[in-house]
Design a protein around this ligand. Structure first.
Ligand SMILES: CC(C)(COP(=O)(O)OP(=O)(O)OC[C@H]1O[C@@H](n2cnc3c(N)ncnc32)[C@H](O)[C@@H]1OP(=O)(O)O)[C@@H](O)C(=O)NCCC(=O)NCCS
Length: 167
């Protein structure tokens, strides 16, 4: 996983290139697998890695009600083939099926990350936040950031409840 992440390029993240040293330190500190964190590999049929998903802010146990977030990184040549949609659907089912007190599941992405935003829409997430100039890139440019979430009730009922912004 560390090789996979350090060899890839992640243009919509604040740090597009991840160093092996930093990833190894993060791994040792429980950033990927530890209290409140879980990481899943998305595998190709031949067992090679197509992507990595990290769940975080899970809290201290299966009954914790803290709202979890996630990150997803798919290898450049595997993008745009439907893997992101399939993977987020799986991850959402995993969260709500295994953590009975989780009422929300959320994530943010840069405004111009069209593929990720389409994946959110496809998987039942609703845009609920817009943070202006909140996302710096590696060169110091600032981008707006969007926040999406899915509610347990919408997941259960296969609905999408709109946000009441005008209240
Ligand atoms: C964002 C990401 C997870 C999406 O996964 P994916 O497997 O590429 O997406 P999918 O193939 O499931 O397609 C999602 C949709 O986005 C569209 N899409 C894919 N790449 C696109 C691009 N570069 N520009 C615009 N739309 C794109 C697809 O056509 C599809 O549209 P549809 O719903 O109308 O069919 C993946 O591209 C990725 O890992 N990117 C780099 C890391 C990243 O940005 N992670 C998100 C951090 S918040």
């Amino acid at each position: 996983m560390i090789n996979f992440l350090s060899c890839g390029s992640w243009p919509f993240h604040s740090t597009p290139n991840l160093s092996k040293d930093k990833l190894e330190n993060q791994f040792d500190e429980g950033y990927f697998i530890g209290e409140g964190n879980k990481t899943f590999l998305i595998l190709n049929d031949d067992g090679s890695i197509a992507g990595v998903m990290r769940l975080f802010d899970l809290g201290s146990g299966p009954d914790d009600d803290e709202t979890p977030l996630f990150d997803i990184k798919i290898k450049e040549e595997m993008r745009g083939k439907g893997i992101g949609k399939q993977a987020l659907k799986w991850l959402t089912d995993f969260v709500f099926a295994n953590y009975p007190n989780k009422l929300r599941f959320e994530a943010t992405t840069r405004i111009d990350n069209t593929a990720m935003r389409k994946v959110f829409e496809h998987c039942g997430f609703v845009k609920e936040a817009h943070y202006r100039e909140a996302w710096p890139d590696a060169d110091g440019n600032r981008y707006d950031c969007t926040g999406y979430s899915i509610l347990r009730s919408d997941w259960q009922n296969k609905t999408k409840t709109p946000v009441k912004f005008d209240l």
